[in-house]
Design a protein around this ligand. Structure first.
Ligand SMILES: [Zn+2]
Ligand SMILES: [Zn+2]
Length: 334
């Protein structure tokens, strides 16, 4: 084997608040139950921004961010079943669980007491190679090329969990029209729901984008939708949207907070929660969520809108996400 094949490149966060730096490292060997993945594409998620900005506690440092990983199996650790060398795989946010805590044992492994998260507490996919626990990796639907498939792995999966949590109502509001919203709006429209898209005030480009993806209405987050909503999902990390969304949902309606981090929620009058309105957060994903969504994605005909960046431009991709300039999802590509 040539020496160059033993070296990988990774964009590394040494300390929150600093830019990522390109590093060369030895290619890791997969341990028992793990696979080595040669990464071809990795989505850039808002959670990565929270990690880089130090808004999430206790990251592994240094850390390679990235948890929407698409690549090919390059080596198998001992005991791995169900994967072959060269097979395309996806690696999501849920990196592993303990399998024995009360949450794991009750079908809620997303709430595991001792989990590892890809790109947060174990190294992720802003790299040419990564090692993953095979039990938490997935085959990916054909019909999505590598870059197009990457956003399915978090925007899609955790978006899907948020979407299911929102219930069956026909009138669905989505606050924050980024990567997750652009995927779930298409699924909702395909299922015959009426999607109301809320963007930053004045972001007419994002509103136009939402309409092309099946939203029946798009406006600013401070606007009242033309009909009361059955449910709303908040993907934007803005706590002030919680009372805003509560005011927009009808009796018995539900407001789902789909992000891992949010600015503080301002106090609000009980009257807007009264009448059995609910506020609920969604944390992480289960493997069942992933299997369900990865089966539905190709049936729905959804297309992901991706903006490609070379791996070494990961800092630019993060800044573009932060600024709200992106339409769809940023993806780092080899
Ligand atoms: Zn557990
Ligand atoms: Zn994510």
């Amino acid at each position: 084997m040539q020496a160059s094949m033993n070296v990988m490149r990774a964009m590394v966060l040494d300390r929150p608040g600093q830019p990522l730096v390109m590093r060369e490292r030895p290619v890791p060997q997969p341990g028992s139950g793990e696979i080595l993945v040669a990464v071809s594409a990795c989505g850039v998620c808002r959670t990565d921004l929270h990690v880089v900005d130090g808004e999430l506690p206790h990251p592994k440092l240094p850390i390679v961010p990235g948890h929407e990983i698409v690549g090919r199996v390059a080596a198998l650790g001992t005991g791995v079943v169900g994967f072959d060398i060269g097979q395309r795989v996806g690696v999501p946010w849920l990196g592993s669980t303990d399998g024995v805590c009360p949450y794991c044992l009750s079908g809620r492994e997303n709430l595991c007491d001792a989990p590892l998260f890809t790109g947060y507490t174990r190294d992720g996919g802003y790299a040419t190679h990564t090692v993953a626990d095979a039990r938490y990796c997935f085959g990916l639907p054909a019909g999505f090329d590598d870059a197009a498939a990457a956003p399915l792995l978090c925007a899609g999966l955790i978006g899907w969990r948020s979407y299911r949590m929102a219930g069956e109502g026909a009138a669905l509001g989505i606050y924050g029209f980024g990567a997750a919203a652009h995927i779930l709006a298409q699924v909702a429209a395909w299922q015959g729901r009426r999607v109301y898209a809320f963007t930053r005030p004045g972001d007419s480009a994002a509103q136009a984008f939402a309409r092309t993806l099946g939203a029946v209405w798009a406006g600013s987050s401070d606007e009242t939708p033309p009909e009361p909503l059955d449910a709303a999902i908040i993907f934007a990390p803005v706590g002030a949207l919680v009372p805003t969304a509560l005011r927009a949902v009808k009796k018995g309606g539900r407001v789902v907070c789909g992000g891992i981090h949010m600015s503080d929620i301002p106090s609000f009058p009980y009257a807007i929660l009264w009448e059995e309105r609910q506020v609920i957060s969604v944390a992480n994903l289960t493997r069942a969520d992933a299997r369900e969504f990865l089966a539905i994605a190709p049936k729905s005909g959804l297309k992901t809108a991706v903006v490609r960046y070379p791996l070494e431009h990961a800092n630019d991709a993060l800044e573009d996400l932060r600024s709200g300039r992106l339409r769809g999802a940023a993806v780092l590509c080899r």
